[in-house]
Design a protein around this ligand. Structure first.
Ligand SMILES: *[C@@H]1O[C@H](CO)[C@@H](O)[C@H](O)[C@H]1NC(C)=O
Ligand SMILES: *[C@@H]1O[C@H](CO)[C@@H](O)[C@H](O)[C@H]1NC(C)=O
Ligand SMILES: *[C@@H]1O[C@H](CO)[C@@H](O)[C@H](O)[C@H]1NC(C)=O
Length: 356
């Protein structure tokens, strides 16, 4: 004879074990988001619209119009594209960047924000109001971060033909110089008048310890034949692209077909650090400086995250150090900073960060 008091706990245990075995892997491992067909079609129609509109826009307003005299001047603009999956912690600093003691001419920039729909953004004032573009979910180690960046590029291309440079910025980024310094660096009027080709500022590197693992993250040799291992590059996710290169990125179908595949080896899966440098180095290597304008500190990296600066490290010397680069020009942005760095950074806005 079974006694009920023994059978019931036993059955409960058995059922619990069964449930855990069936659902456990789904609960314990965060599942990679794959991109659904409707989402993909949605993006494609946006890209088509932006590509089609480009042919109707007047030719690159930056060079031509500037020389027609001040009456018809339509200066080139910079599109600032914020990619975020948390609150925009440093929005007061960016607010000051755009609208500091001397407000910046609003005709020199546009702002676009792609905020992950799952997060709640605190009410933002001023320059950030109404600058949100329709966003979709993003996740680390998945191609969704590439999609979000391409969505930002397409919206910015479509929105304003005067957008001439497209800067991708994260919520952990801070500016290291004033808006005017950045604008004059990118759109140097001497370069404009000499009709020099404008480069894109994107890091393109051939080497990294784990490059082969990253190449095979979707499966052994799966990137072939579109991308050979020699063509596979690595670089910073955050870039400043020209209009020509931004169009190139949203026109691409060939590489995206491969990069949109989910990874088998999630540990080596950083699609957004490979897609843009690989594509641009295949299509126009000489049009890119191969340097990024965003300083990231990879010393003592943990779990694929760069060093995060905390308030005790924030000083004017840190800002000066972060500007130093190995190229001929200064870094313009830096990441990552913890949210509680906001106050110490704000204290040195006028005396250090925005002082040219
Ligand atoms: C920007 O600066 C102008 C001029 O000082 C001011 O009128 C405006 O309110 C400022 N906007 C924000 C959002 O601070
Ligand atoms: C980079 O991070 C390391 C610690 O990970 C730190 O010691 C170093 O000072 C940082 N570099 C700069 C320029 O702040
Ligand atoms: C410059 O390059 C050298 C050698 O590659 C490297 O050790 C150094 O950290 C770099 N400095 C900066 C500021 O990037």
């Amino acid at each position: 004879m079974f006694r009920l008091s023994v059978v019931i706990p036993f059955l409960t245990l058995l059922i619990s074990v069964l449930i855990l075995c069936l659902l456990g892997p789904k609960i314990l491992l965060p599942r990679q988001i794959s991109i659904s067909v409707p989402d993909e079609l949605d993006d494609l129609s946006l890209f088509h619209k932006a590509i089609a509109a480009e042919t109707t826009f007047p030719k690159h307003p930056s060079h031509k119009k500037l020389r027609l005299g001040s009456a018809t001047v339509r200066p080139p603009k910079i599109a600032f594209m914020f990619l975020t999956n948390s609150d925009l912690q440093f929005s007061p600093i960016w607010e000051k960047f755009f609208n500091g003691t001397k407000p910046v001419d609003p005709h020199l920039y546009n702002i676009y924000i792609h905020a992950d729909p799952s997060i709640k953004i605190s009410p933002l004032m001023g320059v950030f109001k109404d600058r949100f573009i329709p966003a979709k979910r993003t996740q680390r180690s998945s191609p969704t971060l590439i999609s979000a960046a391409r969505r930002l590029l397409a919206h910015a291309l479509l929105d304003d033909p005067s957008n001439s440079y497209f800067a991708l910025i994260s919520q952990h980024c801070i500016p290291l110089h004033s808006f005017n310094y950045f604008y004059n660096f990118l759109l140097d009027t001497q370069k404009l008048s000499r009709k020099m080709e404008f480069p894109s500022y994107i890091e393109i590197l051939d080497e990294s310890d784990s490059l082969l693992d990253r190449y095979n993250a979707r499966g052994e040799n799966l990137m072939e034949p579109e991308v050979k291992f020699e063509e596979f590059k690595v670089g910073s996710q955050f870039f400043v692209l020209t209009r020509k290169h931004s169009l190139m990125v949203i026109k691409d179908r060939k590489l995206w077909r491969k990069f949109r595949k989910t990874c088998i080896n999630v540990e080596s899966c950083y699609p957004e650090e490979h897609y843009f440098p690989t594509l641009l180095s295949m299509e126009d290597p000489n049009g890119c400086t191969k340097y990024t304008l965003t300083n990231v500190n990879w010393t003592d990296t943990v779990d694929g995250h760069p060093h995060t600066y905390h308030p005790s490290e924030v000083s004017s010397q840190l800002i000066y150090d972060l500007r130093e680069s190995n190229s001929t020009y200064s870094y313009m942005f830096a990441r990552k900073f913890s949210p509680d760095c906001l106050n110490p950074l704000m204290e040195m806005e006028d005396s250090v960060i925005f002082k040219d």
